[in-house]
Ligand binder design. Structure first.
Ligand SMILES: [Zn+2]
Length: 220
């Protein structure tokens, strides 16, 4: 305490005498963290859809040929090219198709309802690498959060995990639907794989909303 400010110190000391003790801080319940993360994930989806719609409008109207509009939209084009395995300049009709399907699936994710629960003892939650699970095309069976995503991960990762699971409940797989050969590596190689891959749609949404899609690699 500075000797130049004795009055302030006295006031603080007096206040301390009469202060009501604050309740002890306690951790939020896992289900509350998971529910809040679903809301955060939905905000990211809304932001992503907004950017994709702006790009689609610029492209379909022809405004994209204006150098300034193109410059503004280029980051979005690059992100879509990367995550959906398309090329705007090589094949714009395929690009537009991918854009439409991705927006449709994000919209389905946003409006889907499935009961979120915290189920650390379920077999699907065993091990520290399992964050959550759900059943493809089955919102009625719920979205299950695991111990690891609550205990070791932060809100951004949790929101990405929930977006991933909600893509599953609206019918998105890991790139293997329709008899497609399963990609030999984790990431999809073709547009068809990418549009049917929860990580690609999640990666697209997170990169558009946050600038990256790697929150679960750290503790964010
Ligand atoms: Zn999955």
């Amino acid at each position: 305490m500075s000797p130049l400010r004795p009055f302030a110190c006295l006031v603080l000391a007096a206040a301390a005498l009469f202060a009501v003790p604050a309740p002890a801080a306690h951790a939020q319940a896992p289900i509350d963290l998971l529910t809040a993360s679903r809301e955060q994930g939905k905000i990211a989806l809304v932001a992503a859809i907004g950017r994709l719609k702006a790009l689609e409008a610029a492209s379909l109207s022809g405004l994209i040929s204006d150098p300034f509009v193109r410059m503004v939209q280029q980051p979005t084009i690059d992100i879509v090219n990367e995550w959906l395995r398309v090329s705007f300049d090589a094949d714009s009709s395929t690009f537009h198709y991918a854009l439409r399907v991705a927006m449709q699936r994000m919209q389905q994710n946003l409006s889907a309802y499935s009961q979120i629960s915290y189920t650390p003892d379920e077999p699907g939650c065993q091990g520290d690498s399992n964050y959550a699970f759900a059943y493809v095309g089955r919102p009625d069976l719920g979205v299950h959060g695991c111990h690891a995503v609550v205990a070791y991960k932060g809100p951004v990762c949790r929101s990405e995990v929930l977006n991933h699971e909600f893509f599953h409940i609206v019918g998105v797989n890991h790139g293997e639907a329709g008899g497609l050969p399963v990609p030999t590596n984790f990431y999809a190689r073709t547009m068809a794989h990418a549009l049917d891959h929860a990580d690609h749609l999640l990666g697209l949404a997170s990169t558009l909303a946050y600038g990256s899609a790697s929150a679960c690699n750290g503790s964010n």
